[in-house]
Design a protein around this ligand. Structure first.
Ligand code: MRU
Length: 351
């Protein structure tokens, strides 16, 4: 596999190559390992919408490269008017998926870079996208260590969805904590299947297997019994958007795990870079939750053609801050998060 990093982090979801943005097609994993190279901003928007690239930070990074590609296209068309012309590309990228705030955060960062530019924008914007990409990996490595330090002698951890190198620039958020913890000593790692898209069953266990990190896959419905049996001491998840009061939108089923964890005395950690915090959104109820196609649920096992049956397919939910024991970011750890405690991250610089 050519797109590799080092140590126990050998997978890369996306990488810039001379030919364009190289993506590992996540819809085809684990059966097929296929890459595509995107050379247009419309192609990047389509890859995000179709979830060939997915996971909040990875979506943001892909969009940043998408802005560089758009600038190349629009500047070639019209070197005077490219800043006006690129607006439609920015709108298309922003419309690709609604919940992960990293997408909008990355577009804002790229817009700020654009505003400073005169002349051909491609190379400066490409450099800005690469910086954003590198910063994400560095943030994940830092928050991974901070999160791992909280686990103490936990014998088992449970994670949900895919939050690893496939979902980020590299290393991962919740899976970054798990990677760092694994380096410190063996722990049993449990991963949920994460229905209906199966990010856990198709992606997380595949990614861990690439790095020879042992893990146990469970059906989503087995989580309560796993906790009841005392097999896990922490649930560790990522985030698509953290509201200013700590309420956290993440993959559907995260809220259920938080309720179960509280009932069973299991602690609950959200691991995310500060680019996932949406300071403009006061509480979780204000976060837009994406609904995807009914066909993701009404698949071949079920009554596809029965006109009296439909499906409800929200793909994220919101976990209230009071069910979260720790939000772990690269700027520090917020225990028992609320608006005031989260706000203190501002003071730690650079948020
Ligand atoms: O629909 P997806 O696969 O993009 O959802 C991904 C998640 O919900 C992840 O948990 C979240 O983006 C954090 S990834 C570091």
């Amino acid at each position: 596999m050519p797109m590799t990093s080092s140590g126990n982090d050998s997978v890369r979801a996306l990488e810039w190559s001379e030919a364009g943005l190289r993506l590992l097609d996540q819809r085809k994993l684990p059966g097929r390992i296929e890459y595509e190279t995107l050379t247009t901003s419309a192609g990047v928007a389509d890859a995000i919408a179709a979830m060939r690239v997915r996971g909040a930070p990875a979506i943001g990074i892909a969009a940043a490269y998408g802005v560089a590609l758009a600038a190349r296209e629009r500047y070639a068309e019209d070197s005077e008017q490219w800043k006006q012309r690129i607006e439609a590309d920015l709108r298309r990228l922003a419309a690709a998926r609604p919940t992960a705030v990293n997408l909008f955060w990355a577009l804002e960062r790229m817009r700020a870079e654009m505003s400073r530019l005169d002349g051909d924008p491609f190379l400066p914007l490409l450099a800005a996208a690469k910086r954003l990409h590198d910063e994400d990996i560095a943030a994940n490595r830092t928050l991974g260590e901070l999160g791992a330090a909280l686990l103490n002698d936990a014998a088992g951890v449970l994670t949900h969805c895919n939050t690893g190198s496939l979902a980020t620039g590299g290393y991962g958020t919740a899976l970054g904590v798990i990677r760092s913890a694994h380096k410190r000593g063996a722990r049993r790692i449990f991963a949920t299947e994460t229905r209906p898209w199966l990010q856990g069953a198709r992606l997380t266990v595949w990614e861990l297997a690439q790095d020879r990190i042992p893990a146990t896959l469970i059906a989503d419905a087995a989580a309560a019994y796993l906790m009841r049996r005392g097999r896990v001491q922490w649930v560790i998840v990522g985030a698509d958007r953290i509201a200013a009061n700590g309420d956290t939108a993440n993959k559907i089923g995260t809220y259920s795990l938080a309720v179960l964890a509280r009932h069973h005395g299991v602690r609950f950690m959200v691991a995310a870079p500060t680019s996932t915090i949406d300071w403009q959104t006061r509480r979780g109820d204000d976060i837009e939750i994406e609904s995807r196609a009914q066909s993701e649920l009404l698949n071949d096992y079920f009554l596809r053609d029965d006109s009296v049956i439909d499906a409800w397919n929200p793909v994220f939910d919101v976990t209230p801050a009071e069910l979260i024991d720790a939000i772990v970011t690269e700027k520090g750890v917020v225990l028992k998060p609320d608006a005031m405690r989260l706000r203190q991250l501002w003071g730690s610089g650079g948020v």
